[in-house]
Design a protein around this ligand. Structure first.
Ligand code: DC
Length: 203
């Protein structure tokens, strides 16, 4: 593998991009950055009273270690701060530096193939129907004992899709040269295999 080899994996919430990214990074020995965590960390600081732009500009490694980043509140807060151009701008350099780290990197998010790393050697867009994604997220939350109904989760997923796809700054959409993987009817192992085949073809 060349010293910098970037794999960009974008897609809507709960489509499977996180699982695929982790599996690909582990299989190929690459670094992995879940860029949604950056926005979640900013969102959680905003919920705590810090103005959004200030929160993004002063993000620390400790902010990314908090244990309240994974829940639905953090997700909605992240999606809201993610529409702000200055917030996105404050996070660009870190993501680009990670993408070019020696040995190669996998980044997953919404705008990796379109804005952060348009030069990425591999671009994947992982998607699934809103209903399938909501069901998956609902099952994850149920296992953790979090009390959200399927209807609430579906409404959250749709609200986030709507905001992420229709914002003027770096909207969620597949890059022209991205391979689209629809996981609605795919087992996760099949989706990972499809991703690995595409990566192999591009190396
Ligand atoms: O991937 P995630 O569900 O953790 O992302 C949370 C929110 O952060 C998502 O709804 C929109 C925003 N986000 C973004 O705008 N750009 C990214 N590269 C990653 C996440």
């Amino acid at each position: 593998m060349t010293t910098s080899f970037t794999i960009a994996i974008d897609g809507p919430a709960a489509a499977g991009k996180g699982t695929i990214s982790k599996a690909v990074a582990a299989e190929l020995g690459l670094g992995h950055l879940d860029t949604g965590l950056l926005y979640r960390a900013v969102g959680v600081k905003v919920l705590g009273g810090t103005p959004a732009i200030e929160a993004a500009q002063s993000l620390t490694p400790e902010d990314l270690q908090r244990d309240d980043l994974r829940g639905p509140e953090a997700a909605q807060a992240a999606s809201k701060v993610a529409v702000i151009a200055e917030v996105r701008a404050a996070l660009v350099d870190f993501q680009r530096a990670f993408a070019r780290r020696a040995g190669g990197a996998v980044l997953d998010g919404r705008d990796i193939g379109t804005v952060i790393c348009p030069y990425a050697e591999v671009k994947l867009f992982v998607t699934a129907s809103a209903e399938v994604r909501a069901k998956r997220r609902f099952l994850e939350l149920s296992v953790k004992g979090e009390a959200e109904t399927l209807e609430e989760v579906l409404a959250d997923v749709k609200a986030r899709d709507e905001r992420d796809m229709n914002r003027s700054e770096a909207p969620l959409r597949p890059a022209e040269d991205a391979l689209v993987i629809d996981t609605s009817n795919l087992a996760i192992e099949e989706a990972i295999e499809t991703a690995l085949q595409e990566i192999e073809a591009r190396r």
